[in-house]
Design a protein around this ligand. Structure first.
Ligand code: GDP
Ligand code: MG
Length: 216
């Protein structure tokens, strides 16, 4: 691995982690990097892990070393209940060694690895772990994906405050969906005052991918 991994998290589930990660893979592919992908835990899996499938399909376009991988090779732990791992795992335990083994194999075949968390940072994984613990477990920098609906400022600041408290390098971006028509009027002005603006997945993937590389 040439670079540290990037742990992609969000203010909540369904915000656009997988969507944004796929765009990031495309950017790094354009730069000639071989991208690896890793989803430590996926819940709500019926037959195959859907996030794992989307990520791997995109990563394979950049990384011939992953040719024979299936989504099970990048999603080592899967649960059927669509819930936080703490609950979805029922009585089973989270095998952190298995996560490391899976990660190391992907990392050995890639220039950079994008890790997609489940849900947001404070999702409980088991009795000892929260999702944010995976950031340090895999020595990553973080990409926080936030939403563009009313209330996004509060959600964004809560996650940013935790990342600052953890002292991990991070970048953040807003994934605007079609329905987020009020964003420019009701949310962006604060981001402009506080952060000098907001990086949008729909407009600024190139800059975002470059900014993240500078953190690695
Ligand atoms: P995650 O749970 O944070 O990984 O969220 P996903 O990336 O899976 O996104 C949740 C849903 O919203 C999926 O069905 C995506 O296809 C959809 N989605 C995410 N971002 C966008 C977007 O910018 N535009 C559109 N049209 N759909 C999006
Ligand atoms: Mg996802």
């Amino acid at each position: 691995m040439k670079y540290k991994p990037i742990f992609v998290t969000a203010t909540n589930t369904d915000v656009g982690k997988t969507y944004t990660t796929c765009k990031l893979i495309q950017e790094y592919g354009k730069m000639g990097l071989k991208v690896g992908v890793f989803k430590p835990i996926e819940t709500g899996v019926r037959d195959i892990p859907l996030d794992g499938g989307l990520l791997l399909k995109e990563a394979k376009k950049t990384n011939p070393n992953l040719k024979n991988f299936t989504c099970n090779d990048i999603v080592p732990i899967q649960f059927s209940l669509p819930a936080a791992p703490y609950i979805a795992k029922k009585k089973s335990s989270i095998d952190v060694n298995l996560l490391h083994k899976t990660f190391e194999k992907i990392a050995s075949l890639s220039d950079v690895v994008l890790i997609e968390g489940a849900g947001g940072l404070m999702v409980p994984v088991d009795e000892k772990l929260y999702m944010y613990d995976f950031i340090k477990e895999f020595d990553s920098v973080v990409l926080l994906v936030t939403h563009g609906k009313l209330g996004c400022i509060n959600d964004t600041l809560l996650s940013i405050n935790l990342l600052r408290a953890l002292r991990v390098p991070f970048a953040w971006c807003v994934n605007l969906k079609e329905e987020d028509v009020s964003f420019n009027e009701v949310s962006l002005p604060f981001y402009e005052d506080e952060f000098g603006g907001a990086v949008l997945v729909q407009k600024h993937m190139r800059v975002l991918s470059e900014n993240l590389l500078k953190l690695l």
